[in-house]
Design a protein around this ligand. Sequence first.
Ligand code: NAP
Length: 245
Amino acid sequence: MRVLILGGTSEASTLVKRLDPRIDATLSLAGRTSAPKREPVRTRIGGFGGPEGLTAWIAENRIEAVIDATHPFAAQIGRNAALTCKRTGVALLAIRRPAWERRPGDLWTEVETMAEAALALGEMTRRVFLTIGRLEVGAFTTAPQHDYVVRSIEPIGDALPVPRLAEIAARGPFDEAAETAFLAERRIEILVTKNSGGPATYGKIAAARALGIPVVIVRPPRKPDVASVPDAEGALAWLERRLDC
Ligand code: NAP
């Protein structure tokens, strides 16, 4: 069975490592990181050119099923996959990682966008830890009064031109003990994150709760209404069922 896996997440990584040998899979990455982790399946990198490009690619490669294993904050590619699969009749399954739920002790301010997150930091100067990836840090240019610590996989370049900025290049997962030490060492007063869900980056949420540090948390965008499972195991079971049909 020829399967396209739209990836860029830990779920996609788990999935491609455990595929049934009867599955001929291609993993697709957007190409946002310059040195993505190598995976044990054929990998293509770069956009398809919208739903039309994706439709053409699926036809050329005789794809029989698509797994949308993209990140909860990747809003566009899931819509393109839903539209393409509806038009072409190719089976589609999405892995939809549940968002984190607020727990007692969490000091969360929930917002819809990065622009709102920047506003939510307030007027007073604070030491802010930004763990939102590299691409959206520019939204905080509107709040230059803060001291920023930015952690991302790749350098942010000049995307956040503010007077006080420390950059840390690192790739998760990050556990709670390491995050607690980090927040304390860096004297972080407020954390900004996406509500990405999943265990790999939950450590900072648990650490902030334990230290009484407030968190500005961006809600995930709405995704199209398609068949979904919460994790890679669910997608493996779905593929097995299709193989057995
Ligand atoms: P997006 O807004 O949904 O996608 C923008 C465009 O990038 C899409 O229209 C598509 O271009 C291309 N694209 C996205 N994912 C692709 C994939 N897996 N394979 C081929 N092309 C892809 O996505 P994004 O927020 O820019 O994220 C890009 C990728 O990074 C996603 O695959 C996602 O899983 C991963 N990621 C995102 C975040 C995040 O916070 N956004 C965090 C971790 C990982 P065409 O229209 O030209 O096909």
